[in-house]
Design a protein around this ligand. Structure first.
Ligand code: NAP
Length: 350
């Protein structure tokens, strides 16, 4: 019988918080028993505090739960964080200090030198950094993070190719409106339009990618020594970020080797058969009209990143398009996979 552990969600009323609730329904190891949000919601029953915006009904398991203030007393050992970044720094730290494991989507702690920034198929070894974090800070708990939603699509595309010596990457994104939370971008700004600016997003894609593809050093990550340049755009799509990538290697590995690297790619989650791990983490398709957000975002229950349009690049070596479900693989599903990795690697027992 698999170990079952109680979990909570900080920021349970938001877009990502709701995805957590949906994905945790019927989870074989993680039992959702605790919900936290702002003092606007605390003290209310979840259905009163939350306007449910996902397809399908609100899961029954949360209908009777009262939303709590985001304070550690009485919270379960693992909390997923989907809080607004303006408040996440202090609250996440308070939970970790009090001995909880905080598995966060927020950007606040991602780039701290002893905080793992995980895409488990690509850098599961970086999880070991939490031991350093606990030693540095005297904590029994810890903070693990997953990257920005577009960075997940980019690094799932670059992870299989790291073996060829990545030198330079140029990436342009077309990002869905659900990436901005609710109510997010005003309809008058986005309908029939493209907004060529998402505050802070390009910098995050550049630095987070270098950390994720970097090597585990002595108590920190040595970032990948490759240049990454990003253009980030908001487009009128509901779910699914499209990421168009050109990449240059130390030397041309050849198209067959690149194709082979994508199709054979598997990681630690597949090896450990983690409950949320897609069988095929990267799905390479040959139809030149795919991937498309509406048709491909839910591949592998939203956990598979679909790749297409793989072809030679006239400036760098190769180019391709990746499609990632931003609130599942780019947020809640990614964090749940991180929690499953933490359990499977025995960190909770330790
Ligand atoms: P959202 O829909 O705006 O939800 C924000 C959540 O934070 C709500 O539950 C809100 O609770 C809570 N909150 C606000 N102020 C708080 C406070 N003072 N104390 C405790 N909780 C507070 O945002 P979202 O899109 O779900 O994003 C959540 C986080 O995930 C952000 O940091 C975001 O950058 C990150 N993220 C989002 C995506 C995505 O695709 N959307 C992807 C990756 C990462 P109330 O309802 O009570 O106000």
């Amino acid at each position: 019988m698999a170990q079952t552990i109680e979990v909570g969600v900080l920021g349970a009323t938001g877009m990502v918080g709701q995805q957590f609730i949906r994905l945790l329904e019927g989870h074989p190891q993680l039992k959702l028993t605790w919900l936290g949000a702002s003092d606007r919601s605390a003290g209310k029953l979840y259905p009163e505090a939350c306007s449910w915006r996902l397809d399908g009904p609100m899961p029954a398991m949360v209908r009777g739960l009262t939303v709590k203030e985001c304070k550690p007393a009485g919270a379960p050992p693992i909390v997923f964080s989907a809080m607004d970044a303006s408040v996440a720094t202090e609250i996440e730290r308070a939970f970790a200090e009090a001995g909880h494991w905080v598995i966060s989507n927020s950007r606040n702690h991602r780039m701290e030198h002893d905080v793992p920034l995980l895409v488990p198929e690509v850098n599961a070894l970086h999880l070991a950094l939490v031991k350093q974090q606990q030693a540095n800070r005297g904590w029994k708990g810890g903070i693990l993070t997953n990257p920005n939603c577009s960075t997940v699509g980019l690094t799932m595309g670059l992870g299989p190719l790291r073996q060829f010596g990545i030198q330079r990457v140029l990436v342009a994104t077309m990002q869905a409106v659900s990436g901005a939370g609710y109510p997010g971008v005003a309809s008058l700004d986005i309908l029939g339009n493209v907004v060529p600016y998402i505050g802070g997003e390009e910098e995050k894609m550049q630095t987070e990618t270098q950390k994720i593809l970097g090597a585990l050093g002595d108590g920190c990550i040595v970032p990948l020594d490759a240049k990454v340049s990003a253009h980030c755009n908001r487009v009128p799509v509901i779910d699914g970020h499209t990421v168009a990538v050109s990449v240059e290697f130390a030397k041309d590995p050849g198209m067959d080797a690149v194709r082979d690297a994508f199709t054979r790619f598997r990681g630690r989650p597949q090896e450990l058969n983690l409950p949320s791990a897609p069988t095929t983490p990267v799905l390479l398709v040959d139809d030149p009209t795919r991937p498309q957000p509406r048709r491909d975002a839910m591949a592998g229950n939203g956990m598979t990143v679909t790749m297409g349009r793989l072809r030679p690049c006239e400036v760098f070596h190769y180019k391709f398009v990746a499609l990632v479900h931003n609130t599942i693989r780019g947020a809640a599903g990614a964090a749940i996979l991180n929690a499953e990795l933490l359990l499977a690697e025995g960190y909770l027992n330790a």
